[in-house]
Design a protein around this ligand. Structure first.
Ligand SMILES: [Fe+2]
Ligand SMILES: [Fe+2]
Length: 306
C-alpha cells in the first residue's frame, strides 16, 4: 500500500489523468441531480478557470528560474504539472458548455483573449500576485465543495463527479504553492498581495455573474419569477460563501496551510480519494459504490442502484 503524506500539501504528486471529455463523448452538463443549480453554478464559475490555469503555468515557469529554495522549486514543478492537466481536461469540458450555451461563447472567447494577452504582457510581480490571489479562491472552493458533497452532488453523473473531486483535491494539495512563491519573491509587499486577492475575487465574480444567468436561462430556470429568484439567489449565496471564506486571507499572518478550514481531519473525501488513487484505484468515474469503497464504508442499498 502506498505511503501518504499527513498534510495534503506535503510532497503532492502530478497525476496525468485524462477524462473522457472529448467533444464526441456523452457528457451530462447538468451533472448534479442532488442540486442541479450547483452543477450550473460551478460550470459558470469554472468556465474561465482553464484559461487562468494556462496563465498560471506560464507565470510559474518564469518564476521558477528565480526560486532558490529546492523544496519550493519541487512544489512549483508539481503545481505546473497539475494545472496543465486541469487545463487540458477543463478545456475539453468547455467544448460541451459552448455547445449547450451558445450565449456564452463570446464571453468565453473574450476570457481566453484576456488571459492570453496578460500572460504575454504582465510583469513578474503582477503575474505572481494575481496567480497567488486567484489560487486563494480555487483552494477555498476545493475545501467548500468537498465539505458540502452531500448537499450539492451526492447523486451526480459519475464522470463529472470524478472530474470535480479530482480537481478540488488537487487545488487543496497545491493551495499553498503560489502563496509561497509570492512570499519568497515579494513577501514584504503585503498590501499588494491583499490588493491582488481582491482583484482576483472581482475577476471571478464578474466572470460568474456574466455566465451563470445565461446558463440558467437556457435551462429554463428563469421563466417564473419565483424560480428565477431562487436560482439567482443560490448563485449569490455561493459567491458569498467563497468570499466570506477568504476573509482570513487578509490577515498579516495568513498561510493557506493554517486556514481554519484546511486540515486533513475535516475532509474525509479528499483523504480517501488521495489514498485510493495512490493505491492504483480507478478515479475516472465515481459513483455511489466507488465513493463508499474509497471511504471504506458500506454503500447504501438504494444508492448503489440509483
Ligand atoms: Fe486547477
Ligand atoms: Fe490551482
Amino acid at each position: 500500500m502506498a505511503q501518504h503524506s499527513l498534510h495534503p500539501m506535503d510532497d503532492f504528486p502530478v497525476r496525468p489523468l485524462r477524462f473522457p471529455l472529448a467533444a464526441d463523448q456523452p457528457v451530462d452538463v447538468v451533472w448534479s441531480r442532488t442540486k442541479p443549480a450547483f452543477a450550473v453554478f460551478l460550470n459558470a464559475l469554472a468556465m474561465h478557470v482553464p484559461h487562468f490555469e494556462r496563465y498560471l503555468v506560464v507565470s510559474l515557469r518564469k518564476a521558477r528560474e528565480q526560486i532558490t529554495d529546492p523544496k519550493l522549486k519541487r512544489d512549483v514543478t508539481a503545481i505546473i504539472g497539475q494545472e496543465a492537466n486541469h487545463s487540458h481536461n477543463l478545456t475539453a469540458f468547455n467544448q460541451h458548455l459552448r455547445a449547450r450555451y451558445p450565449d456564452v461563447v463570446a464571453i468565453d472567447d473574450a476570457s481566453i483573449a484576456w488571459f492570453t494577452q496578460h500572460a504575454a504582457e504582465d510583469g513578474m510581480k503582477a503575474r505572481i500576485g494575481f496567480t497567488a490571489g486567484y489560487e486563494t479562491f480555487t483552494f477555498l472552493a476545493g475545501m467548500i465543495i468537498l465539505q458540502n458533497h452531500d448537499r450539492w452532488f451526492a447523486d451526480a453523473d459519475p464522470l463529472m463527479k470524478a472530474v470535480w473531486v479530482w480537481h478540488q483535491v488537487e487545488e487543496i494539495e497545491h493551495g499553498a504553492v503560489a502563496f509561497e512563491v509570492w512570499q519568497h519573491l515579494y513577501g514584504e509587499h503585503e498590501w499588494y498581495r491583499k490588493w491582488m486577492v481582491l482583484k482576483a475575487a472581482l475577476h471571478i465574480a464578474r466572470e460568474t455573474i456574466r455566465i451563470y444567468p445565461r446558463m440558467a436561462r437556457r435551462e429554463g430556470w428563469l421563466r417564473s419569477p419565483w424560480q428565477a429568484l431562487k436560482t439567482l439567489a443560490f448563485g449569490g449565496e455561493m459567491l458569498g460563501r467563497l468570499f466570506i471564506a477568504a476573509l482570513p486571507v487578509f490577515g498579516r499572518r495568513y498561510h493557506p496551510r493554517n486556514h481554519p478550514i484546511a486540515t486533513t481531519a475535516q475532509n474525509p473525501i479528499q483523504i480517501a480519494w488521495r489514498r485510493f488513487e495512490a493505491d492504483g484505484g480507478d478515479v475516472l468515474a465515481i459513483d455511489h459504490a466507488k465513493l463508499a469503497t474509497m471511504l471504506r464504508i458500506a454503500a447504501p442499498e438504494a444508492a448503489v442502484t440509483g
